[in-house]
Design a protein around this ligand. Structure first.
Ligand SMILES: Nc1ncnc2c1ncn2[C@@H]1O[C@H](COP(=O)(O)OP(=O)(O)OP(=O)(O)O)[C@@H](O)[C@H]1O
Ligand SMILES: [Mg+2]
Length: 362
């Protein structure tokens, strides 16, 4: 993939069927699949409850909701939630993003044109420029900006009052936000990966909207391969739908879903060809490691960055691979998932037992 196009995202790329960032088709269909209010929003029960309180209280006061920060991995529903916040508040929404704001002046223009109660959605807020960030501090806190007129010693700051608004910031990298910015949000929602049962609900809902027939087991099969991410669930659903249409009678069952995703090389845990390639090399060529990242990358025939940033995060999250100071190692679960037997069974350990101390030996 061309990494330059997605500098803010490290999860892999849009052309991957199991990549969490949006590709063109996602963007086109997602608008239709977005839940429109909190009640329709599946999962994230903690975030939903907290946000519900924030919004209800603001409505009861007849005021504007506090600024909200949404943090979480790509495809978990940050943009969706921002639109829901506006809808729940009965307010218009203005959408922009950190990278789109190059100069403080760009931000001043947006802020000064907001109407009272409007929601300003600032996606990828961690990628905003420093001067814009500083202007934002004052705008968030005092609903005021200083517009600088002129240059050099003759420049003057003209204070400009803003109507109260709600800033909704979204970031995949909350850790990159400077503390002064983070502190100015009244509420931070940490979005978690979804449980399979929640993804099943997402899939059933999307199937209804797309007019696709699917049974409970078919939805469960897709959910289990969706890496905890609604965007991936929706994308896999569309690919399975294609298969069901062309090779079967349209109904998505467990069998059809399994066959379809085998064609697309997404395994029953949501690993794709790249993920499996990395594991396969680690297990077969290096006996489960430890092996250095560069060596592993050469063995897989990929760039070091691709292995590290595209494949590894999910493998680590799944407990299949661990990064250690001495290199990458496979966990016992990796051997099992790939259907391989680890070499050098330590005689003391129970046959087939989970512990493989030899793999982690110092
Ligand atoms: N809780 C949910 N219930 C139902 N559908 C959801 C939910 N969360 C996300 N989706 C679906 O997943 C898709 C992606 O969600 P969204 O665009 O909001 O993710 P995001 O967090 O903004 O991703 P990114 O970091 O790439 O901007 C949307 O089309 C939406 O339909
Ligand atoms: Mg988004």
């Amino acid at each position: 993939m061309n990494r330059e196009e997605h500098p803010g995202h490290t999860d892999g790329g849009a052309e991957r069927l199991v990549g969490a960032t949006a590709d063109g088709e996602d963007t086109a269909v997602e608008a239709a699949l977005r839940p429109k209010d909190l009640a329709e929003f599946v999962g994230q029960s903690k975030v939903r409850e907290q946000l519900d309180l924030v919004l209800r209280a603001a409505r009861a006061r007849g005021g504007t909701a506090d600024h909200v920060l949404l943090s979480g991995a790509p495809g978990l529903g940050k943009t969706t939630l921002s639109m829901i916040i506006a809808a729940e508040m009965g307010a218009p929404i203005r959408i922009t993003s950190g990278p789109a704001i190059q100069h403080a002046g760009d931000l001043a223009a947006i802020l000064s044109s907001l109407t009272e109660g409007e929601v300003l959605f600032l996606d990828e807020i961690h990628r905003m420029s420093r001067p814009a960030e500083e202007m934002l501090y004052m705008a968030m806190e005092d609903f005021r900006v200083d517009v600088i007129v002129g240059k050099g010693p003759g420049a003057t700051a003209i204070p400009l009052e803003l109507p109260p608004f709600t800033l909704v910031g979204a970031t995949t990298r909350a850790g990159l936000l400077p503390p002064p910015l983070r502190d100015r949000f009244g509420f931070t929602a940490h979005m978690e990966f979804y449980e399979p049962a929640e993804l099943e609900q997402v899939i059933h809902r999307s199937a209804r909207l797309l007019d696709v027939e699917i049974d409970a087991e078919g939805a469960a099969e897709i959910a289990g391969r969706s890496r905890g991410t609604p965007r991936i669930a929706n994308r896999l659903l569309r690919r399975v739908r294609d298969y069901a249409q062309v090779r079967a009678d349209g109904l998505i069952t467990r069998e059809i879903a399994g066959q379809a995703l085998a064609v697309y090389e997404v395994d029953d845990r949501g690993l794709d060809r790249l993920d499996r390639g990395v594991l396969d090399a680690l297990l077969r060529l290096f006996g489960g490691g430890p092996v250095g990242l560069s060596t592993l990358a050469v063995a897989v025939g990929e760039e070091r960055e691709t292995v590290e940033e595209v494949a590894e995060p999910f493998l680590v999250r799944e407990g299949l691979l661990a990064r250690t100071p001495r290199g990458r190692i496979a966990t016992p679960a990796a051997w099992e998932h790939m259907g391989l037997t680890p070499p050098r069974q330590p005689p003391a350990s129970a046959p087939g037992g989970p512990g493989q101390p030899g793999l982690f030996g110092s």
